[in-house]
Design a protein around this ligand. Structure first.
Ligand SMILES: [Zn+2]
Length: 531
């Protein structure tokens, strides 16, 4: 039986960026956009060009992503022509594959917020869609407050949607902007819309204010909508947007949807979902939600006892889907098997060939467990994991030794009588038979240590000269008896490769030192530097 195609549209970088405390850099946006494309998401909405510098820069260059990269913005302002609206011009100039316009579809908002007439609102939709089509862009229209608007005046709400469709918009997206709609209402109203606009041109954009954004999205699909908009981990203002991390596996693994529909996410991509979800949390410096459906650490955790022994015999007895399908793992206190296969999968991913019965695998698993228990997080620090694995497997040369380091922080008055804080680091390194001493000042103790450490590595200096730190994140963990500090450092090199390393210690300088050392050694290993 032919499966009908359902499309996924991610707005983590636009609607998700509205979340309190979330502030994506240009680089964050590019990393996340690539990750979403790798997951098989059809559309990635990058932001709102013209609204802020980051988004304007994001759309200033071709990004060549394997997804329909989409720019968001408003339809032309009331009373202006399309050629005389700077906001619209910025949007039409954006280097994007598609443009997603937002427009009012609730008469109340048109009168009160926009202070214009219903006719002018419709004309603005028609003109904007036409202008974007003339620029060769695929066009989407987000109908803001559609469900509230439909309840108040179904004819006007439908007229707004139909105006965009008639002008050639590929998608008309019905937005539950206030997030208050309930699944049975969404199913009924979408059912009415698809009598006027074919369902394979209708999308759903749900917010989570009654914790039903996922249910509302699925209800819309049942009623005929064929595009779902959402965000990774349900990121979004207030209570968030529909969570794609819950929607994707439901579409792939639940028969009602899986038997009828196909999505752009393959089985192999689905198995990367947990990793993508956790990576976003790490970038936001948040602890992943242990109880998140499908991908949370506890989603497939079972306490030892009768459940565990039943799961060992027949996993389906206590699991609604196999955890490995979404890249998660079964957690049983009585068995190391799950952990071992996870380590094997990681080794395979980074390209280290090891026989699955090699006794060193058990040793590596033991070391990983010990270190995770004291705060190391290898899921987010791929380079540190690789080094650890290579060390246990006996494959990392001892390039250099740091014999000692010393970091000083001094606060004093400078020449013009202003109080300044200055950091100075001195590092003594032994490379081959040579002892090298370097000193550097930095804007903080970790920066000074980093600069001093990388200043002179003798014969290895040429390998690390283009190494650059691009991110530094600190989290205080309250595990065990005392608080410890976890530092994650992201680095990049001349080839544009990125890697993340981790350090853990009660002392922030020491934790940073570990992560810095891992970063340098990782670079030397990758560059094939001679021992
Ligand atoms: Zn929204």
């Amino acid at each position: 039986m032919a499966h009908e195609r359902l499309y996924l549209f991610d707005t983590t970088l636009r609607d998700g960026a509205q979340t309190n405390g979330v502030d994506f850099t240009l680089n964050d946006k590019l990393v996340i956009a690539r990750m979403l494309a790798d997951l098989g998401i059809d559309y990635v909405e990058g932001g709102y060009p013209g609204a802020n510098l980051t988004d304007t820069e994001l759309f200033a260059d071709e990004r060549n992503l394997a997804t329909t990269f989409t720019a968001f913005g408003m339809t032309r302002r009331p009373g202006r022509s399309t050629s005389n609206d700077p906001g619209l011009a910025a949007l039409l100039d954006a280097k994007a594959d598609a443009i997603c316009f937002v427009a009012k579809s609730w008469d109340y908002h048109v009168r009160v917020a926009l202070e214009t007439s219903p006719e002018e609102n419709l004309a603005s939709i028609r003109d904007s869609v036409r202008a974007a089509r003339a620029k060769g862009r695929e066009v989407l229209l987000d109908c803001e407050h559609f469900f509230d608007g439909y309840k108040a005046d179904p004819r006007f709400a439908l007229a707004c949607a139909k105006a965009a469709y008639d002008e050639g918009a590929r998608w008309v997206v019905l937005c539950d902007t206030n997030g208050g709609a309930l699944p049975h209402e969404v199913e009924r109203i979408v059912g009415e819309v698809v009598k006027v606009i074919p369902g394979d041109h209708v999308g759903i954009h749900a917010h989570n204010d009654t914790e039903q954004a996922v249910a509302n999205s699925l209800a819309a699909v049942r009623a005929g909508a064929r595009q779902i908009q959402g965000t990774l981990n349900g990121l979004g203002e207030r209570c968030g947007n529909a969570n794609l991390v819950s929607i994707i596996p439901t579409l792939k693994l639940k028969a009602e949807f899986a038997d009828r529909f196909e999505i752009g996410v393959s089985d192999a991509q689905l198995a990367k979902l947990a990793h993508a979800s956790h990576t976003l949390d790490e970038m936001l410096n948040r602890a992943p939600d242990r109880h998140a459906p499908y991908v949370g650490e506890s989603a497939f955790a079972t306490k030892a006892g009768i459940h565990a022994s039943a799961i060992m015999k027949e996993p389906a007895t206590y699991e609604h889907v196999p955890p490995e399908r979404v890249g998660n793992r079964r957690k049983l206190l009585v068995s190391d098997q799950a952990g071992k296969s996870n380590v094997l999968a990681e080794l395979d991913r980074i390209g280290l060939k090891v026989d699955k019965d090699d006794p060193r695998i058990a040793r590596l698993l033991e070391v990983v467990k010990e270190r995770e228990a004291i705060g190391y997080a290898y899921e987010a620090a791929d380079a540190s994991f690789e080094l650890l694995a290579r060390r246990v497997l006996g494959k990392v040369p001892n390039y250099f030794d740091v014999e000692k380091f010393d970091v000083n922080v001094e606060q004093r008055e400078n020449a013009v009588g202003k109080r300044v804080t200055v950091s100075l680091a001195v590092v003594k390194v032994k490379v081959g038979g040579e002892t090298l001493i370097s000193a550097a000042e930095g804007n903080g103790p970790v920066n000074a240590l980093d600069l001093a450490l990388r200043k002179d590595l003798g014969k290895y200096q040429s390998y690390i000269s283009a190494l650059e730190l691009t991110d530094y994140r600190v989290r205080i963990l309250n595990g065990g008896t005392e608080a410890v500090t976890r530092v994650l450092i992201e680095s990049t090199d001349e080839l544009g490769e990125r890697w993340t390393t981790v350090g853990v210690s009660p002392n922030i300088i020491d934790a940073s030192f570990q992560a810095l050392m891992d970063s340098i050694v990782y670079k030397l290993v990758r560059s094939g530097a001679p021992a």
